[in-house]
Ligand binder design. Structure first.
Ligand code: NDP
Length: 445
């Protein structure tokens, strides 16, 4: 790492003890930024990096609610409003028992760069709770969401902060959150949340956007080597919103997706995953992946172990952070891997990224490859602002253009800084320069 940045990094890590994921995200970005500061000493003078690492506002609150037995439950809610240089804070809400401040800050920090790369007018933020929706009834999820919004509503708004979904937060949760916001504020403010239902202000393609976008970005990477998804053997991790839509898009481009996972195990379906059955089990029935193997012949279900034990030419990690480690990366590389597109945020450990890059594997980091979700959220905001709703084809074309544009921005930035093919460097520098320029222009705030 550049010596000038080391001291800043050390201060940031010391000021934020015990936040391992936030540290990891910060260090990864700092490792790319040395050459930028050679060209732009004004960024150092204005302490842009120090300011960027300190969220503009962090909100932590109690979320009390009653379960179906009438027992009082207490969870912790978070919203980190990280950076508004380019627009209102924008980023999802995650409901998962692992959520704490360090996870929300890592996600919010990544979101700043991701949102800048989309070219849309959105700042970076993230939020969530340690609430676990799994095994909870609809009524319990509704009461939790209502309580969560009863505090959150005072901090958000279409010009202030616009949350969306993430792990554990899909269309059902966004509906309950929106309903409570409307009730408290007495305003039908469509632009306050994205990921809404199609009949009440949502955008077509938003549910598919992150998974589709990850595949479109990866296809662009493959093109640089004169190949494509057609004929590839693909493994996807996860079986949630991002994963299912990545499976669908990859198969529509001629790939065979042979495996996917949930937190209990993984399935191997050598004939190619039946997306309709997967959607039915995960989205409609809210069931487990094991059910898929019981309902389709020729499918193996593996309860212990990692989905990364399955060979692939293209890997799409779409579950969660640090799910793909150095050992798994080395094994995949030995067995013919040519590309990785991160649908999840920071799913590859630092060791895994090093293995991929040393082996010359095409590696698309999440902050570029999964930006299609937030970009389509920004398209939802555009439709809300103009009281319009676009067709599926038009919206999907906009998403495709945005993903091709992000790929181009990352690739050309990597070329400009003398590291062709380094999408990590391209994404970090491409996003950072845009935010840094805006921060300089807006003065010391
Ligand atoms: P979902 O809740 O829809 O799905 C998450 C999937 O990952 C589930 O299959 C879940 O399994 C699995 N999973 C979650 N945590 C773990 C874990 N600790 N170990 C193993 N498996 C796990 O979430 P999304 O699909 O929306 O999000 C997936 C990833 O994509 C996250 O990293 C998210 O930040 C990122 N992302 C999402 C965007 C979006 O638009 N939704 C936008 C950009 C990035 P199980 O059901 O068993 O818990």
């Amino acid at each position: 790492m550049d010596a000038r940045l080391e001291a800043i990094r050390d201060t940031v890590l010391a000021r934020n003890p015990g936040e391992a994921e936030f540290h990891q995200a910060v260090v990864e970005v700092f490792e790319s930024l040395g050459p930028v500061h050679d060209r732009h000493p004004e960024f150092l003078e204005a302490a842009i990096l120090e300011r960027l690492c300190e969220p503009e506002r962090q909100i932590i609150f109690r979320v009390p609610w009653a379960d179906d037995q009438g027992r009082v439950q207490i969870n912790r809610g978070f919203r980190v409003e990280f950076n508004s240089a380019l627009g209102p804070y924008k980023g999802g809400l995650r409901f998962h028992p692992s959520v704490y401040l360090g996870i929300v800050k890592f996600l919010g920090f990544e979101q700043i760069f991701k949102n800048a790369l989309t070219g849309m007018p959105i700042g970076g933020g993230k939020g969530g709770s340690d609430f676990d929706p799994r095994g909870r009834s609809d009524a319990e999820v509704m009461r939790f969401c209502q309580s969560f919004m009863t505090e959150l509503y005072r901090h958000i708004g279409e010009y202030t902060d616009v949350p969306a979904g993430d792990i554990g937060v899909g269309g059902r949760e966004i509906g309950y959150l929106f309903g409570q916001y409307k009730r408290i504020t007495n305003r039908y403010e469509s632009g306050v949340l994205t990921g809404k239902g199609i009949s009440w202000g949502g955008s077509l393609v938003r549910p598919e956007a992150t998974g589709f976008g990850t595949v479109i970005f990866t296809e662009e990477m493959l093109k640089t080597r004169g190949t494509s998804f057609d004929g590839q053997r693909v493994v996807v991790s996860g079986s949630g919103n991002v994963a299912i839509n990545a499976v669908a898009k990859a198969q529509s481009l001629g790939a065979t997706v042979v495996a996917c996972s949930d937190s209990s195990g993984y399935i191997v379906d050598e004939a190619g995953i039946d997306v309709g059955l997967l959607r039915q089990i995960k989205e409609v029935e809210r069931g487990r992946l094991k059910d898929y193997s019981l309902r389709r012949s020729g499918v193996a279900y593996v309860e212990a172990g990692s989905v990364w034990d399955v060979d692939a030419t293209v890997a799409l990690p779409c579950a969660t952070q640090n799910e793909l480690d150095g050992g798994a990366a080395a094994r995949l590389v030995r067995n013919g891997l040519i590309a990785v597109g991160e649908g999840a945020n920071m799913p590859s450990t630092r060791e895994a990224v090093a293995v991929f890059q040393e082996a010359g594997v095409l590696f698309g980091p999440g902050k570029a490859a999964n930006a299609g979700g937030v970009a389509t959220s920004a398209l939802e905001m555009q439709q809300n602002a103009s009281r319009d709703s676009w067709s599926f084809e038009h919206t999907e074309q906009r998403l495709t253009d945005i993903m091709v544009g992000i790929h181009h921005r990352c690739a050309s930035t990597a070329d400009e800084y003398g590291e062709p093919g380094n999408y990590v460097l391209g994404a970090n520098i491409g996003g950072f320069v845009k935010v840094a320029d805006a921060m300089l222009a807006q003065g010391l705030i």
